[in-house]
Ligand binder design. Structure first.
Ligand code: HEM
Length: 123
C-alpha cells in the first residue's frame, strides 16, 4: 500500500483541503477553530513526509536527481504552507510566501506526475 503513490496522494489532498479550511476560518475571524485545523494540518505534513520518504527510499535510485528535486520541492510546499498560515496569524503580509507556495506546488505536481511511479501522464 505504501509503495504505491495512492497513500501519498491521499495525504497531500487532505492537507490541501485542510489548508483552505484554515484559510476560510481565518477570513471569517474564527481564530480558535483555525488553530485546531492548523494542528491537524501539521499532522498531515508529517504523514506527507512519511509517505514521501517511503517512496523516495524505494524508488529514488531510478533517477537520483529528479527524485531529489521532488523531495526538495515537496518540502518547500510544506514549508511555504506553514509560513502562510503563521504569517496570517501574526497579522503580517503573506504575499511572498503565498507566491512561493503556488510556484513550489505547481513544480511539485509536475515532477510527481512526470516521475515514473504511479500516474505519469506528464512524462
Ligand atoms: C504537499 C507536498 C507534496 C505534493 C503536492 C506532492 C505531490 C506528489 C505527486 C502528484 C506525486 C505523483 C503521484 C503519482 O504519480 O501517482 C508524488 C509522488 C512522489 N512524492 Fe510527493 N508530494 C509532496 C510532498 C512530498 C515530499 C515531502 C516528499 C519526500 C519526502 C515526496 C516524495 C515523493 C516521491 C518519492 C514520489 C514518487 C514519484 C514518482 O511518481 O515516481 N513528496 N508526490
Amino acid at each position: 500500500m505504501l509503495y504505491s503513490t495512492h497513500t501519498h496522494i491521499f495525504t497531500w489532498v487532505v492537507a490541501l483541503i485542510l489548508f483552505f479550511v484554515a484559510l476560510s476560518l481565518f477570513k471569517n475571524g474564527m481564530a480558535k477553530q483555525m488553530k485546531i485545523v492548523h494542528m491537524v494540518l501539521r499532522l498531515f505534513y508529517v504523514l506527507i513526509l512519511i509517505t514521501g520518504i517511503i517512496l523516495f527510499v524505494n524508488f529514488g535510485s531510478i533517477d537520483h536527481m529528479m527524485y531529489g528535486l521532488k523531495f526538495a520541492t515537496g518540502l518547500a510546499v510544506i514549508g511555504f504552507s506553514e509560513m502562510v498560515l503563521v504569517k496570517l496569524n501574526k497579522g503580517k503580509s503573506a504575499k511572498g510566501v503565498t507566491i512561493g507556495l503556488i510556484i513550489s506546488f505547481i513544480i511539485t505536481l509536475y515532477l510527481g506526475f512526470s516521475l515514473p511511479i504511479g500516474f505519469s501522464f506528464l512524462a
